[in-house]
Design a protein around this ligand. Structure first.
Ligand SMILES: Cc1ncc(COP(=O)(O)O)c(C=O)c1O
Length: 608
């Protein structure tokens, strides 16, 4: 059971609304379009609303309606989805990025410095649902005669100083998105709101190829009932009737959706503000945050990555909103340089969006809160796969194909799939092994020393070398799991089980063992003369089932507590716990025959 960061809430009424339209006369450009627009306009308290195919189209049309042209400039924030800036590029204009404040919103005090004679539009983005300081932005826009388009894609249901976001009290237009993670959804969809009749009519024209059929708008004489004119270069940015029907149905629930988001946010606020190292973003004075996202901040990028992976390992799938727009390769090719907006870059390094959607259950939210709380107490774990180049017994043993792929890839995959590890690394002295390991997702941050690349080096020597090298780099692990490079039978489940035991039972190490022949003590040797002799005469009178069982290393992995290991320098201590593994899954591969047996068993067990 996984918990995403956001998702749609669709019920039977929504489904019926869509299917009713599917059975009706109009699939597109029918009565639902106008109805959705009117109901939406009424909800946000604005005169006009124009529905379009998505939020990106809404931004594009709004810029065109505002008359944005080649060579002009559009001011926006880098802390947004690329579409907020791409709309400038679509018009041949240049996006100009203004840095952000601590809460992630555009810093209005920096806007004026970036206004030039070419500036035409400001697009403030209400990130996460938190409204920008629109009064100040509007004042700047008035001073320089700029058009303000609010990117309200995250902010349906938000309020700024007692007015609804989208009512355009402080802007010329506002745009919304109905992508599934947003407050309401139409699958894909968008809306532009405005109080200007001129802009409204322009938007309608541009949405449908720049074509009009309205008699008193025609430039030429109407030649008959079929007649229409293309007056501008417009687009097909229409939304279908069945999508609008979904939008109408969703809109009836918007108050409940927003109230639920606010209730979830309140619980997060209280719980998370008590957790050390977690910073929450508070709504500004006089604003109602619509909580499209719930964003938390941690100390630095390394902690953010650790937290992200830690939550993922617990089935909680977060996201990061956003990578600064100008960091994207496309923007880099346009000449934007990293370092342009230092606050946005720092903000990006620390943020993570945690689950927030109306159907998030209380127990799911508790799970998220508990996981964030336990993150600081978590164990930092390294997966280490020793893979020396010079195996004498089987040439290129570690990278030889086992059925369809290099054998080392099996342990790498099991380690990655277990979601247990902060890093999965291979310790090798061989560049070819390093390359293949990296291809399958492992890291090779350094090559193994010559000293530990001979047959004399023990596994403990290699583990010690790796841990010491990490310590030198300031990285301290609590546990290390040393996986055999030739161990196709390791499963993520077994790794998880071993880690659980290591943690809960506070032992020094855990590793899989297999019961081998319990009658070994009744083994025989063949003496000169070809007669059998008992190896262990004292067992000759004991029934084989009564002999104490004997186990050996199952050839899979050793899960170790690093602190103990660094003192004892041994894998096996008198505080080692076994995981009993069936003989079928255990396989030490030391020679070609072992290899063939392992392939045969693997095909039988896993079927590939
Ligand atoms: C801030 C912002 N603006 C614009 C868009 C574009 O909306 P759409 O995905 O509907 O095209 C998004 C989409 O996520 C967004 O987050």
């Amino acid at each position: 059971m996984t918990i995403p960061y956001g998702k749609q809430t669709i019920d039977k009424v929504d489904i019926k609304a869509v299917s009713d339209v599917l059975g009706s006369e109009f699939l597109t450009t029918g009565p639902r379009v106008k109805e959705f627009e009117e109901k939406f306009a009424s909800f946000v308290n604005v005169k006009y609303a124009v529905v379009v195919s998505n939020g990106t189209a809404a931004l594009h049309l709004a810029c065109l309606a505002a008359g944005l042209k080649k060579g002009e400039e559009l001011i926006t924030t880098p802390m947004t989805f690329a579409a907020s800036a791409n709309c400038a590029l679509y018009c041949g204009a240049k996006p100009v990025f203004v840095d952000i404040k601590e809460n992630g919103l555009i810093d209005e005090s920096l806007i004026e410095k970036r206004v030039t004679p070419k500036t035409k539009i400001i697009i403030p983005v209400h990130i996460g649902g938190l409204p920008c300081d629109m009064e100040k932005i509007q004042a700047i826009a008035k001073r320089y005669k700029l058009v303000v388009i609010e990117d309200a894609c995250h902010a349906l249901g938000a309020e700024y100083k007692g007015t609804k976001t989208g009512d355009c009290k402080y802007s010329d237009m506002a745009v919304f998105s109905f992508h599934p993670v947003k407050h309401i959804t139409t699958g894909e969809g968008g809306m532009i709101t405005t109080n200007s009749k001129v802009l409204y009519e322009k938007l309608l024209l541009l949405r449908t190829h720049g074509i009009t059929r309205i008699s008193d708008k025609l430039l030429n004489k109407k030649e008959g009932p079929w007649f229409y004119e293309m007056q501008e270069l417009g687009f097909n940015y229409r939304l279908t009737d069945f999508q609008c029907a979904l939008g109408i149905s969703q809109l009836t629930k918007i108050r409940r959706f927003v109230a639920k988001r606010l209730a979830i946010a309140k619980i997060y606020d209280t719980a998370l503000s008590k957790i050390d190292g977690i910073e929450i973003i508070k709504p500004s004075e006089g604003c109602k945050d619509a909580y499209h996202l719930y964003v938390i901040k941690v100390k630095d990028a390394e902690t953010r990555l650790d937290l992200f992976n830690y939550l993922k390992s617990k089935g909680i799938f977060c996201q990061v909103h956003y990578i600064p727009v100008y960091w994207h390769p496309y923007y880099q090719t346009l000449g934007y340089k990293k370092g342009l907006c230092p606050n946005a870059e720092e903000f990006y390094g620390k943020i993570i969006s945690i689950p927030m959607y109306p159907s998030l259950k209380r127990w799911e939210q508790n799970k998220v809160i508990e996981a964030i709380g336990s993150f600081r107490k978590r164990k930092k774990i390294l997966a280490l796969i020793p893979a020396r180049g010079g195996s004498k017994r089987i040439p290129h043993k570690n990278i030889k194909n086992f059925l369809s792929r290099p054998i080392i890839s099996y342990s790498i995959k099991a380690a990655i799939d277990s979601n247990l590890f902060d890093e999965v690394m291979v310790s090798t002295d061989d560049k070819e092994i390093a390359e293949i390991a990296q291809k399958y997702g492992a890291k090779v941050p350094f090559l193994r020393s010559i000293k530990n690349s001979s047959d004399h080096a023990t596994t403990a020597d290699v583990i010690e070398e790796v841990l010491t090298e990490y310590l030198k780099r300031g990285i301290k692990y609590d546990y290390v799991c040393c996986l055999y490079a030739t161990a196709p039978f390791i499963t993520p489940e077994k790794l998880v089980k071993a880690k659980k035991r290591l943690e809960e039972l506070e032992v020094d190490s855990v590793f899989p063992v297999t019961r081998f022949n319990s009658d070994i003590k009744r083994s025989f040797r063949i003496e000169d003369g070809g007669r059998l002799k008992m190896n262990w005469p004292k067992y000759s009178n004991i029934r084989s089932q009564d002999i104490v069982a004997a186990y050996h290393d199952a050839g899979q992995f050793y899960f170790l507590d690093v602190k103990n290991f660094l003192v004892q320098k041994r894998i096996f201590t008198n505080n080692t716990l076994p995981i009993i593994t069936s003989e079928l899954e255990a396989q030490d591969i030391n020679n070609d025959e072992d290899w063939k047996i392992a392939e045969f068993k693997y095909k039988a067990l896993v079927g590939k």
